[in-house]
Design a protein around this ligand. Structure first.
Ligand SMILES: Cc1ncc(C[n+]2csc(CCOP(=O)(O)OP(=O)(O)O)c2C)c(N)n1
Ligand SMILES: [Mg+2]
Length: 660
């Protein structure tokens, strides 16, 4: 195609972006103007996708990590004929409920592959996509799963710590189908990037084991050549594109002023003249739109070619592929879980919930092959690896366990990509305290409704001697404050198994499993088949068959104390019931009647949890919340419990002082 034509195709992206930002009176025109040429060549000449079936499994993934440049993505999806975005949506940029939201928000079947905006996250998601692709290829063969993952990232994404973690892992694993376009415009919000950075990018990327190709991001030949070259890459590649932010704007290009503000009508007039674009706002001339829309035909063919290969798969493989890619658990899932439960009921010995979780995984990994586990260098402490799991390594992706290294943030961003790719269920471990290093990615998993499972062990002062830097205090409620995240804190092996079952069935919410380091007694002795954790909270033990006016609510390791308190009170003829509340979010979803019945409408309520009490007061307003509202202590754990008054003696005495 003539270069002139590419220019027009790219200018269509530029003007849709300029005009949408101007109409919304907010947004970021600079980045789409700068990267329009690269995006045009990528979509026109290389990207394998089907605009009329955006979820076609073997499509190349395109991630806009520099999410502020969202208009680039919306423009290119509209132009190439996705039904999810029409011209009216573009005119509605940044308005309530518009698919063209301020930053790209993941929506299945829309072409928006992931939610971006918090800089750097998209790079980690892209590493997850590329890793999932390798895993898919190892499982289903290179005719079924064999695609590229392209990501556009700017100066900002590459400054963020998560980019270092994720790119280092990708280089180590040699994810050859991963291509990062670096929008190397040397401008961010505060001005020229030389205000703050003097990294040697060449050395940086080389040290990660990435290839680097440097091009002028406005030269079509160079863009074509570079993307052509990466088709045969043996490692992940950065294509560093020297671009001019706000390309085409006579007065604002190459300045921070064009990063995040509308250009203004006078300047837009000048851009129209300079780029020879005489058309009205939102008008794309027919010949240009037609050229873009040819991608619909090419896309259909892409998928049809793939289907021929898919049809050649044997019946079992086909069924397995369809099951996994539709997020359906194996047929015998419920039956198998029940068998594990029966086995657990036989074992009454005290056991740490992290170990119970390991026992769950030992069985579950046998019948849920799409589970892809890992840990941020705490495999032996998080108990995240079952004995049958093979390790995923460079050039060997037929395993199901990833050593993420000490890269918690990267791990969680990568897991989001693994989940979004739709052929894995990712879970990953670290200590609960380091959920603070994971939080931005956990939040995005919740926002995107992804089934990601966080195995967070050493969940309280119960970890003991490692001291206050390692003892979670505010973490449980901080995680509970994230919408659409289920935080499970099971009390024994049965609740741990029930939590795993719910997390795996939870197709539209991520889950945290907060697990203990220390041994806990088995508290669920009654052999109920039903998963009681699904109610979030339930009566575990009642000393007066439903008519006591004292309710003791606890979670996880503090259930042991709650039961002991109940016993001591009972010895003194004070009745009480103990409510186990492994998941507050699921409890909140129950009916008002159920909640009142469990908590006791007029009961004196006590909560016991080894963490901040702020949050429990909702349930215990008239009663007492036992917890810890300062940092922990370094000592053997029983001494720390005593130090904070989390002992049967203290709690019984306080209850007796305040109750009745
Ligand atoms: C984690 C995070 N920190 C800060 C921001 C706010 N922010 C949005 S864009 C941006 C500058 C990005 O610079 P660059 O990637 O070079 O984009 P360009 O100006 O070239 O479009 C900042 C600081 C953000 N979105 N995410
Ligand atoms: Mg920049």
């Amino acid at each position: 195609m003539a270069k002139n034509n590419y220019k027009n195709l790219a200018n269509a992206i530029r003007f849709l972006s300029i005009d949408a930002v101007q109409k919304a009176n907010s947004g970021h025109p600079g980045m789409p103007m700068g990267m329009a040429d690269v995006a045009t060549i990528l979509f026109q000449k290389f990207l394998k996708f089907n605009p009329h079936n955006p979820s076609w499994f073997n499509r190349d993934r395109f991630v806009l990590s520099a999410g502020h440049g969202s208009m680039l993505l919306y423009s290119v999806l509209y132009l190439s004929g996705y039904k999810s975005i029409g011209i009216e949506d573009i005119k509605n940029f940044r308005q309530l409920d518009s698919i063209c939201a301020g930053h790209p928000e993941y929506e299945k079947d829309s072409g928006i592959e992931t939610t971006t905006g918090p800089l750097g996250q998209g790079i980690a998601n892209a590493v997850g996509f590329a890793l999932a692709e390798e895993i898919g290829r190892a499982k289903f063969g290179d005719k079924i799963c064999n695609h590229k993952t392209y990501v556009i990232a700017g100066d900002g994404c590459l400054m963020e710590g998560i980019s270092h973690e994720a790119m280092s892992l990708a280089g180590h694993l040699k994810l050859k189908n991963l291509v990062l376009f670096f929008d190397n415009n040397s401008i961010s919000i505060d001005g020229n990037t030389n205000l703050t950075i003097s990294d040697d990018y060449k050395k940086r990327f080389a040290s990660y084991n990435w290839d680097l190709i440097e091009i002028n991001g406005h030269d079509y030949n160079q863009i074509l050549k570079a993307i052509n070259k990466v088709q045969k890459a043996k490692k992940p590649t950065v294509i560093s594109c020297k671009t001019i932010i706000g390309y085409g704007s006579p007065n604002k290009s190459n300045t921070a002023g064009v990063h995040g503000s509308p250009l203004g009508s006078a300047e837009i007039e000048l851009v129209r003249k300079k780029l020879k674009w005489p058309y009205a706002p939102f008008e794309i001339p027919e010949n240009i739109l037609k050229e873009w829309r040819k991608l619909i035909i090419a896309g259909k063919k892409n998928e049809e070619d793939w289907k021929k290969h898919f049809n050649k798969l044997d019946k079992d493989k086909k069924e397995e592929f369809l099951r996994i890619s539709s997020s359906i658990l194996p047929k015998k899932f419920n039956e198998n879980i029940q068998q594990i439960k029966n086995k657990f009921f036989e074992n009454l010995k005290p056991i740490a919930t992290r170990k119970s979780s390991e026992a769950c995984l030992e069985e579950i990994t046998k019948f849920v092959p799409e589970l892809i586990g890992g840990s941020a260098d705490l495999t032996g402490s998080n108990n995240t690896k079952s004995s049958i799991q093979k390790i995923i390594k460079t050039n060997s992706f037929n395993g199901s366990y990833i050593h993420y290294g000490i890269r918690e943030h990267g791990m969680c961003g990568v897991m989001n990509g693994l989940a979004l790719h739709q052929n894995t269920i990712p879970y990953g471990g670290t200590f609960l305290i380091f959920s603070d290093y994971c939080k931005p990615s956990i939040r995005l998993a919740a926002l995107m409704k992804q089934r990601v499972i966080y195995v967070l062990t050493h969940d309280s002062i119960g970890l003991g001697e490692d001291g206050p830097t390692h003892q979670p205090i505010e973490q449980l409620f901080s995680l509970r404050s994230i919408p659409n995240l289920n935080v499970f804190r099971p009390a024994d092996s049965i609740e741990t198994l029930e939590s795993w079952e719910l997390a795996l069935k939870s197709n539209s919410s991520p889950s945290v499993l907060a697990l203990t380091r220390q041994d806990l007694p088995m508290v669920r002795k009654e052999r109920s088949k039903e998963n009681l954790t699904q109610y979030g909270g339930y009566v575990l033990s009642d000393s007066n068959k439903g008519s006591s006016n004292l309710t003791i609510i606890a979670t996880g390791s503090e259930i042991e104390i709650a039961l002991d308190v109940q016993k001591k009170l009972n010895d003194q003829s004070i009745d009480s019931k103990v409510v186990s509340m492994p998941c507050l979010e699921l409890f909140e979803k129950q009916s008002k009647e159920y909640k009142e019945k469990i908590l006791g409408k007029n009961s004196f309520r006590v909560s016991i949890e080894a963490g901040v009490t702020n949050g429990w007061e909702k349930y215990t307003s008239n009663g007492i919340s036992f917890g810890i509202n300062s940092f922990g202590k370094s000592a053997p754990y029983k001494q720390i419990y005593k130090h904070f008054g989390l002992t049967t003696e203290n709690i019984v005495s306080e209850i007796k002082k305040n109750y009745k």
